[in-house]
Design a protein around this ligand. Structure first.
Ligand SMILES: *Cc1c(COP(=O)(O)O)cnc(C)c1O
Length: 234
């Protein structure tokens, strides 16, 4: 229970390396994004000092507070939460990646608001792979058109696809939606729309995601322990 962030981080790295070996993938083909929503700047600093470079945040105000506190570090910040139209500017100004784009309007705003002094903002399209009404993400069949539109926006760099399937427990069940996302990626590549990033896999389904070609796993609980939602600002 009282394991340190350093030792949990090491366990997650080992799990990723073991899964890469198991599924015959190069060990450096999967990046680890540490999901730090509800965690303090101190906890993030502990993981950063232990060699973790990328951090993912879901709640904008909380994220901005921490980014400002940690602005003297080289941390790469990824926004993975729901994007709201009236709050795109701080995302455009403070983040390196956004994984959760599901509206062209949001992409256009981020493009217009991205400062010229910064490199293009890296973007993943969120795909609603199970067609769940309550979830964010576009339908798989809308992906090609949205990719073409986003490719026209010079201040954005389209990197890949993200999905957040409903939780299941057995690895074969977990692989199934990831497999469909990977097929979508492969299909798009045949239509001259190649994307290198598959942002899939969390604490409980990392191995399934790596088996299906994940290039970035988004891991919170397995690194930082159970979330404390009391830290989340209103
Ligand atoms: C919270 C969150 C994660 C991390 O989930 P864990 O189960 O804690 O690893 C990954 N992706 C998204 C989009 C999240 O909101």
């Amino acid at each position: 229970m009282n394991e340190s962030i350093e030792s949990r981080l090491e366990e997650v790295r080992t799990l990723i390396a073991d899964s890469c070996a198991e599924y015959e993938r190069p060990e450096d083909s999967v990046r680890l994004l540490a999901v730090s929503k509800t965690r303090t700047a101190e906890e993030i600093m502990t993981a950063f000092t232990a060699g973790q470079l990328c951090f993912g945040e879901s709640y904008l105000q909380e994220a901005i507070n921490k980014i400002d506190q940690l602005k003297d570090t080289e941390i790469e910040w990824h926004f993975i939460g729901r994007v709201q139209s009236n709050k795109t500017r701080p995302i455009a100004e403070k983040f390196d990646w956004v994984h959760s784009i599901d509206k062209l309007k949001h992409a256009q705003r981020l493009n217009d608001q991205r400062p010229d002094s910064m490199p293009p903002l890296n973007i993943c399209l969120q795909i609603n792979i199970d067609n769940e009404e309550t979830k964010g993400g576009i339908k798989p069949e809308q992906a090609a058109e949205m990719i073409q539109q986003i490719s026209q926006l010079p201040r954005l760099k389209l990197r890949g696809l993200m999905t957040l399937p409903s939780p299941t427990h057995h690895i074969d069940e977990q692989r199934e939606p990831f497999h469909r996302l990977r097929e979508l990626r492969d299909q798009l590549a045949t239509e001259a729309l190649p994307l290198e990033t598959l942002s899939i896999g969390m604490s409980d389904d990392m191995e399934a995601a790596i088996a299906e070609g994940s290039t970035m796993v988004r891991v919170g609980t397995a690194i930082f322990g159970p979330r404390n939602y009391q830290n989340k600002p209103k």
